[in-house]
Design a protein around this ligand. Structure first.
Ligand code: AMP
Length: 380
């Protein structure tokens, strides 16, 4: 199967080729023709399945031939739960839009930073990627109108609802014209997602992609049994001896994340923390430095760890286990994306052993346990 059979313009096909996208992922094979035909979509697909390109490509295709609306009247609205995802989706849009002759301007807007530059940047934007709260602020300041929206995308709808954006989303829906195309993507299908789906979607095509199981099999999982006191040295030993250059470490609290970062830095390993107690601008800077390779390690807690998308992240380390098996799968799903293999390493104390057994049982996969007592961690 090749992209050329899906109905995309030749300009987009060249852009895909330039970006080395050779074969469409399953969600793209199904969603792209359906979206081009004007259908609403309910896509249940895990992160890493290629859902962003699955909606960005047909949307750009449609915008290529659509008449531009008035200034400050966006045509496509993409709602997302976090700043990180807003930036990332906008990057995907721009990576394809930049190779089109038709100029299609896009912008990411989110809270936690000054609103004025966003108000100015909203001139002539066709595709707006936004978190719900900031979007409403911009609408209220007349910086943007939603009355010309012909395509609405809800990306990671489950996370948006889990983060309590339901009310804002409903206020936004009321500002949209009735006649429009709606695309809803979610990793899970919860009761809340069902409610929004009933509210927003019109006879949608339903696409379910179960990539999670396959992803898990692609990930090499290892666990080290270790005492609490030796966890820090073991972490540094693993990073140094395996010469890891880009690793995401998970802790269960923001305090612990900061402590781990501090210790890594003291031991000459460039590291930064991403969690709810860090300001938005610090989080973005940390993530950018991580992506650029300036930071070797990012230490994150679960909520924000989910929003971090790095192409083909090679390693994640569970410094502490998450409470739920689902979160464990989410964490390790950060690696081995897009058909490349990754490795997930967990540091397990005696107290965490029983919980780790439960996680493995739920996941349906057993992880090789390495005893770390023999390792000489002196100097780490
Ligand atoms: P997503 O699920 O949209 O976050 O995409 C996951 C990753 O897969 C991203 O890094 C994309 O760049 C990559 N990707 C998406 N579709 C394809 C494709 N057809 N071929 C190669 N890589 C892709």
């Amino acid at each position: 199967m090749s992209f050329s059979t899906l109905g995309l313009s030749s300009e987009l096909l060249s852009a895909l080729e330039a970006q080395k996208y050779q074969t469409p992922y399953p969600i793209q094979q199904i969603a792209i023709p359906d979206i081009l035909q004007g259908h609403d979509i309910l896509g249940i697909a895990p992160t890493g399945s290629g859902k962003t390109a699955a909606y960005v490509l047909p949307i750009l295709n449609q915008l290529q031939s659509l008449k531009k609306t008035k200034n400050r009247h966006v045509q496509t609205l993409v709602l997302v739960p976090s700043r990180e995802l807003a930036i990332q989706v906008n990057e995907v849009v721009q990576s394809f839009a930049s190779s089109l002759t038709e100029r299609i301007k896009s912008l990411a807007v989110f809270g936690g930073v000054s609103i004025n530059p966003q108000m100015i940047a909203l001139q002539h934007v066709s595709i707006l990627v936004a978190t719900p709260g900031r979007l409403l602020d911009l609408v209220n300041s007349n910086a943007v109108s939603l009355s010309g929206v012909d395509t609405l995308v809800l990306d990671e709808a489950d996370k948006m609802l889990n983060l309590g954006f339901k009310e804002e989303m409903e206020r936004i829906f009321k500002l949209l014209p009735n006649k429009r195309q709606n695309l809803l993507f979610s990793a899970t299908f919860s009761e809340d997602v069902d409610t929004v789906h009933q509210q927003v979607l019109n006879e949608p095509k339903i696409i379910r992609i179960k990539a999670l199981k396959k992803n898990i099999d692609q990930i090499i999982q290892t666990a080290y049994r270790v005492s609490e006191e030796r966890k820090g040295p073991l972490l540094r030993y693993i990073i140094k001896s395996k010469e890891l250059t880009q690793v995401l470490v998970f802790t269960s609290s923001t305090h612990k994340a900061d402590r781990v970062v501090e210790k890594l830095r003291q031991n000459g390993i460039e590291a930064g923390a991403i969690h709810s107690k860090k300001s938005q601008s610090v989080r973005t800077k940390t993530l950018e430095r991580f992506k650029d390779g300036a930071l070797r390690v990012v230490v994150a807690t679960d909520l924000l760890g989910r929003g971090i998308d790095i192409d083909l992240l090679p390693y994640i380390i569970n410094y502490e286990l998450p409470r739920s098996p689902k979160d464990y799968v989410h964490r390790i799903g950060r690696t081995g994306r897009a058909e490349a293999s990754g490795e997930a390493i967990s540091l397990i104390t005696e107290e965490e052993s029983a919980h780790f057994r439960i996680i493995q049982k739920k996941m349906g996969k057993w992880v090789t346990m390495v005893e770390s007592d023999e390792l000489n961690l002196q100097g780490y």
